[in-house]
Design a protein around this ligand. Structure first.
Ligand code: NAD
Length: 428
């Protein structure tokens, strides 16, 4: 029999069911939470540069808004599927709940490759997407943000279309805007820094001194480089980072035993996060195969590039020196690898908790927009640190008390908060 293809929504529902059993949730609450509240399937006509009209398919899924307006990115991707968007919207609900921000979960997508579209065509597509949804999104309903292959420019076109239709100024309708037009300071650093704020607390709890620890990181994009920056600032040593090499069509990890020098590597990295191999070797880095990053004798691993990067197949290559793995990318560790790591006593801080700094800062952006008053970067990062630290201890203490893995404790907190909101509202 043919093996059923990977379906992210089925996986998200399976994860949910496991925790719903532990929480002993009633049937109605389960049925409500394992499905999105609302789904919009869009057929968007777009005027192309050659005068023709092309039809694009898009989606917006609002998984749950019991705790506040839905929040989540919009992706442009040629292989976008409704089930990917459903799963991502559900994970956004849990992510916002676990860090206790008053938002629900949503996600959007359009089946397209923006590389094949001119700037004007992309603008028409963004405006078309909003024309379909202007009544159903907005600061008090559902707040989109950039995601895979969408940028702050796409968000500005969307915000402009939304304001044109509604006839007011609503910068809080969309986040991820440039700082000059309602964006928040600190958003660029937020995901990587947020992860390291949590890591700092986890190390304290594990009686490890950050300044004496070593880490290896997968990726060298937005999340990875800011995680590296703050970890190094705390005195830690990053021995390896990795990236996709466009020219060679494969990934490399770059290793330096004494630790990478972030500034020198950034000078030879392009805006896609690709390090120049020849120049790196000249600077004394060893260029090794992409998956080498997880084979080093380090204390900490930070997968911050891709989903499914630590699997049943490669988990045994992780050295016994590794005490903690903290997820930067979305879905970097498969459930099978997670089970093996648990048996080995490795602490795994799950992605939806550790990489929540981005959405926390998007929430701060919205708060600043709504009050029409903007905070200094230090203020944003200080508030972010408090949020991430509080969320970490909520989860950590439950995990100790109930003797369960950190990931399960995070899901328990998130799902029970959303369930409680639905019950308090009298929905179930
Ligand atoms: P990015 O595009 O800035 O960087 C991605 C990095 O991964 C690049 O350095 C790229 O070269 C590298 N890479 C790609 N393929 C690789 C491979 N096969 N092996 C090794 N490296 C590879 O992306 P980002 O914003 O840093 O996001 C990374 C991950 O974190 C994604 O899963 C994203 O969904 C997730 N995430 C990002 C944010 C955010 O705020 N940026 C928030 C939450 C989650």
């Amino acid at each position: 029999m043919a093996k059923e293809g990977y379906n992210p929504f089925k996986m998200a529902q399976k994860q949910f069911d496991r925790i719903a059993d532990k929480l002993d949730l009633d049937e109605a609450t389960r049925d409500l939470l394992r499905n999105p509240l609302r789904e919009y399937h869009l057929t968007i006509p777009v005027k192309m540069d050659d005068g023709t009209v092309k039809i694009f398919r898009g989606f917006r899924i609002q998984h749950n808004d019991a705790r506040g307006p839905c929040k989540g990115g919009i992706r442009f991707h040629p292989q976008e599927t409704i089930d990917t968007v459903r799963a991502l919207s559900m994970w956004m609900t849990w992510k916002c709940a676990v860090v206790d921000i008053p938002l629900g979960g949503g996600k959007g997508g359009v089946i397209c490759d923006p590389h094949d579209l001119s700037e004007k065509e992309q603008e028409n597509l963004c405006r078309g997407w909003i024309r379909h949804l202007s009544r159903d999104i907005g600061p008090v309903r559902d707040v989109p943000a950039p995601d895979v292959m969408t940028s702050s420019q796409h968000m500005l076109w969307m915000m402009d279309e939304y304001e044109t239709i509604t006839g007011g100024k609503y910068p809080g309708a969309i986040t991820g805007k440039p700082v000059e037009l309602g964006g928040s300071l600190g958003r660029t650093e937020a995901t990587g820094y947020g992860l390291v704020y949590m890591l700092r607390e986890a190390l304290k709890e594990m009686d490890m001194e950050a300044a004496k620890t070593t880490a290896s990181i997968e990726g060298f994009g937005n999340v990875a480089r800011y995680a590296a920056e703050l970890f190094i600032e705390y005195g830690g040593t990053v021995v390896s980072v990795s990236c996709w090499d466009q020219i060679d069509g494969c990934a490399y990890s770059y290793y330096k035993e004494k630790g990478i020098d972030l500034d020198e590597l950034l000078k030879i990295t392009d805006h896609f996060g690709t390090i120049d191999k020849r120049k790196a070797e000249k600077l004394g880095y060893k260029a090794r195969p992409g998956n080498d990053w997880l084979k080093h004798e380090v204390d900490i691993l930070i997968p911050a590039a891709l989903e499914n990067s630590i699997t049943e197949e490669n988990v045994d290559e992780i050295k016994s020196s590794v005490k903690i793995i903290i997820g930067g990318a979305n879905g970097p560790i498969t459930p099978e690898a997670d089970d093996i790591l648990e048996k080995r006593g490795v602490i795994v801080i799950p992605d939806f908790l550790a990489n929540a700094g981005g959405v926390v800062c998007s929430y701060f952006e919205q708060v600043q927009n709504n009050q029409n008053y903007y905070w200094l970067k230090e203020e944003v990062l200080g508030k972010l640190d408090n949020k991430m630290t509080d969320a970490f201890y909520d989860v950590w203490e439950l995990s100790k008390r109930r003797k369960m893995r950190v990931g399960d404790a995070a899901y328990m907190i998130a799902i029970s908060r959303v369930a409680e909101a639905c019950q308090l509202r009298g929905w179930v």
